[in-house]
Design a protein around this ligand. Structure first.
Ligand code: SF4
Ligand code: SF4
Length: 220
């Protein structure tokens, strides 16, 4: 019969902290001395903090760093500002006419490691200059519960159609269904600056200034 061998326990480091065993006695088991000691520490901080608050000596918990002596804030009345680089929830950017910039190329859903983006692509209607040139998302769904906020979808998008610049953190909903963000909600979200578009230029089909190949160039 095969026997399993386990690696030997590594030796204790020289600086290991040895915990002293204390025999339980009635004095240690009633915990009263420790309770009064803990209350003493709490009251000391309470009176010191109150005194500093009354004198206006307390640093602003929202704007001052934790290292300046305050570790708690009155959340949710007070909130620490997010760092500049905080991205936030997704949004879909719009064109000037309000339609999505997304061309349903599926690059974002392909790049997504959490596989939480679902896109159903559709053709623009007959007569639309974009028909046969690019598609649009009939459905665009992100499961924010599965998202790991890696930003790969934003990096993968060739159209700057999906962004994580809302500055909003996930809302604590009480049902899973509410974490399923659909196209309308994603299009309605705005960036930190309040815009629904993006400053990046976009060349529409038929745009004479378009430097790339158009459908007309493709006819032989
Ligand atoms: S941020 Fe990452 S996990 Fe979330 S949708 Fe984009 S690619 Fe997927
Ligand atoms: S959001 Fe961007 S990457 Fe995703 S399908 Fe639309 S155009 Fe493609």
């Amino acid at each position: 019969m095969a026997t399993a061998t386990f690696p030997k326990k590594p030796p204790s480091p020289n600086n290991a902290y040895v915990v002293e065993h204390v025999e339980p006695t009635p004095a240690t088991q009633v915990y009263l001395p420790e309770i009064f000691k803990g209350l003493g520490v709490a009251m000391k901080h309470f009176f010191r903090n109150t005194k500093e608050m009354v004198r206006g000596e307390r640093p602003d918990p929202v704007t001052e760093s934790i290292s300046q002596g305050i570790t708690t804030i009155s959340y949710p009345e007070q909130k620490r500002p997010y760092p500049e680089r905080f991205r936030g929830l997704h949004r879909l950017t719009q064109r000037d006419d309000g339609s999505p910039r997304c061309v349903a190329c599926l690059c974002c859903s392909t790049a997504c490691p959490a596989q939480c983006i679902f896109i159903e692509a559709g053709e623009y209607p007959e007569g639309d200059a974009r028909r046969g040139y690019e598609r649009y998302p009939v459905k665009f769904v992100i499961d924010e519960l599965r998202c790991i906020f890696c930003g790969y979808c934003v990096e993968a998008c060739p159209c700057d159609a999906i962004r994580m610049d809302t500055g909003m953190h996930a809302v604590p909903y009480d049902s899973r269904e509410q974490f399923i963000y659909r196209k309308d909600l994603l299009l309605a979200a705005s960036g930190r600056d309040g815009s629904h578009e993006t400053a990046n230029p976009r060349h529409e089909p038929g745009d004479e200034s378009h430097p790339g190949v158009t459908r007309h160039h493709m006819t032989h």
